[in-house]
Each structure stands twice: as C-alpha cells, then as structure tokens.
Design a protein around this ligand. Structure first.
Ligand SMILES: [Mg+2]
Length: 369
C-alpha cells in the first residue's frame, strides 16, 4: 500500500456561545485537518485545533514541508514516517518549531491519519484494534463552569447536568479575586451534593503562593482534581504544591512531549495526567505516555475539548484511563460525533480512529488560503 495524495484544510469554526476561563476568551476553534489517500482507496483523516490564532500554520507546515515526505510511502510504516517528519527541515532539533511547537501539531494530525488508515485496513474501530478494556466511558462535563457565567448560572447548570445523568462536572477557577472562586465552588458543591465529582481548573493562572493558599481552602469541598494550578513549565512548583494540599493535581493540556510527562511522574509532581493526543505527537505518543503512567500507578484522564471520538477510544483501550471531558462543540463537524447519554459515552462501531470529518463541514467552515 502507498500514500497517493495528501490534502489539507483549515476550518474556522465559530462557537454558538463565546466563553471565558482564566487564560482564554474563546469564540472560535481553529482546525487544521488532513486527508491521506492510499492507492487501494483508503482515506486516513487527522486534525488538530486551538482556541487562538496560529493553528493555520500547522496546515502550512504540512503543505510546505511534510507532504512530500509522505507521498509514495507505505502508511503501515507509521513509526518510521513520523520519525522522518520530525527530521524534515531539522524540526526535531528546533525546539521553537519542533518537539514543543508547531511541528508537533502537524505531526500529530498525520500520525492520527496513519492510524485511521490502519484501522480502516483492519476494518476495526481504534479501541478494538488496540484491545478493548472498558465497555463504555464515563463523561465529565466542562460546559457548565465558565468564568464568564454568574454563580447563579453555574449552579443552575450544574443541577441540570446532574439531572441529565452526569456524575462529574468541572468548573473554572483562577480568577483575579480567588475568593470569588471559593464562593462559586462552595455553591456548586452544595447544589450537587457529595456524590458528584467536581473538578476545578485554573488554566495555569496562579503563582505557587496563591495556589497554595486557595488550594488548601478548596480542599474542604473535596474537588476530584485541581487542574493546571500554576505554570506548566514549573515541575518543582507542582511537586511543592502537591505536598501542601490534599486535592490531587492534574496536568497535561499544556505539555507537548513525553519527556516532560516522564519528568512530572518521576519528580512526584502530578497525581493525574491529562494527556491529549492533539497536544503531543498524536496517538502513538499518547499510548507511550499512558503506558508509562500506568507503570507508575498514575491514571490518565485526557484533556478533550472537541476530540471525544478519538479520546473515548483511547480510554476504552487503556487499563489506567477513565473519564473523558465533554464540551458540546463541533458536533456538526465529525463524521461520527459522540454525545454522552446518562453521563456515559457509548463506544463507536465504525472502523477508524474517530478522526474523520464531514465533507460538508469543509464547505461550511473551510477557509480559502
Ligand atoms: Mg483545562
């Protein structure tokens, strides 16, 4: 089998409802996508995304530098192809563009597309190809805790989600006045009771002193985890905070390579890893990190704003992974979107990695370049 064609797209997808957390105002998703076509007629789809400008340059990287490294190659040699992609223009050695940068976004989408071809060749959904473990996957809902919502909106939405069957919800913290976050968390915990998991997420906004002072107070409300309390660059700071508060610390959505995850694990700096296949170099690296986490008795709960059809499958095939984040975005973009029912995702049945988008979504949201 050979790769005959590489087509790229860039979609700019507006959100119905602009939202805010401590670091981002989000009004659209930037979405580079790629389709590989093989000489025996298979299509492999990959994608990446962000909530800021710049994701269109991942498409540029594929068009200008990576496409030619794939044409005519056997897609079954995925590991060699991915290694070669990092060698194009020395991206593997340029840390501004390479192992932490734009090249990771581009390579991740191509790694996914190669897995998608493998799944379709095997006529299996990804979770079956990898070896199924969970029969369904619990969802937690983040679309209920934005900082741009009032406490009243937060509480009524939390109650609605629990009535819909969710057993886990996340709210944002990291406000300029942390006491506001304390009052909001207190109100939500009181509204949903003690049997609902409530996660909190500061989106890297605080310093160690603020995260310590307020993390200790948050402990009273038994958060299931405290996500990105401080800068992701500060591994030692996370280890210090972990010794000071009882709430488990979760990190991952701002980490772009397996060695940084290894260092978090080995320095005792995190309880939970939120590895995201779109933030590291794709499915292959996600599996490596999840396996190493498992060997260290650490669970993976992937960060997932839009990529549920992929991450639900990765979690379903992992012995040390669980709950997948749900935000109801891009449901009209995926070929096979996943929406939780009674708080759980059912596993997809169609062959593929869950990365394929609808052709009419390209017509609707595609940007001409
Ligand atoms: Mg987060």
């Amino acid at each position: 089998m050979k790769i005959e064609n590489v087509e790229t797209y860039f979609l700019k997808i507006p959100l119905d409802l602009a939202i805010r957390d401590s670091s981002f105002n989000v009004s659209y998703i930037g979405f580079p996508a790629v389709k590989l076509t093989t000489d025996d007629g298979l299509e492999g789809w990959g994608f990446n995304w962000n909530t800021a400008g710049g994701a269109e340059f991942a498409k540029e990287m594929i068009d200008r530098y990576m496409k030619s490294a794939l044409i005519g190659k056997d897609p079954m040699n995925r590991k060699k192809l991915v290694a070669d992609l990092f060698s194009v223009e020395n991206f593997g050695w340029d840390f501004r563009l390479g192992k932490n940068g734009l090249a990771v976004m581009a390579v991740a989408s191509l790694d996914m597309a190669l897995w998608d071809i493998l799944c379709k060749k095997a006529d299996l959904p990804l979770w079956k190809l990898l070896g199924g473990f969970h029969g369904r996957v619990e969802a937690y809902n983040t679309h209920g805790g934005w900082l741009s919502w009032t406490t009243e909106e937060l509480v009524s939405n939390a109650k609605k989600l629990v009535s819909e069957g969710y057993r886990a919800i996340k709210i944002k913290v990291g406000s300029p006045e942390p006491r506001d976050d304390y009052e909001r968390l207190k109100a939500v915990r009181s509204a949903v009771g003690n049997f609902t998991k409530v996660m909190i997420d500061a989106n890297t906004r605080w310093d160690l002193e603020t995260a310590t002072r307020w993390g200790r107070k948050f402990d009273d409300f038994d958060p299931f985890w405290f996500e990105e309390p401080i800068s992701p660059l500060d591994i030692r700071g996370h280890a210090t905070l972990r010794g000071r508060i009882t709430t488990p610390i979760a990190i991952g959505e701002s980490i772009h390579n397996k060695f940084t995850f290894r260092d978090y694990i080995e320095q005792g700096a995190a309880d939970i890893l939120q590895v995201d296949a779109t933030k590291v170099a794709g499915i292959t690296e996600w599996i490596e990190i999840a396996n190493y986490a498992g060997m260290n008795n650490i669970n993976v709960y992937p960060h997932t704003n839009i990529q549920q059809p992929l991450h639900v499958q990765l979690v379903a095939a992992s012995t040390n992974a669980s709950v997948v984040e749900h935000v109801p975005w891009l449901l009209d973009v995926w070929k096979d979107p996943l929406v939780p029912k009674q708080g759980f995702f059912e596993l997809p049945k169609s062959p593929g990695a869950g990365t394929q988008i609808r052709e009419d979504a390209i017509e609707k949201y595609g940007q001409k370049s």
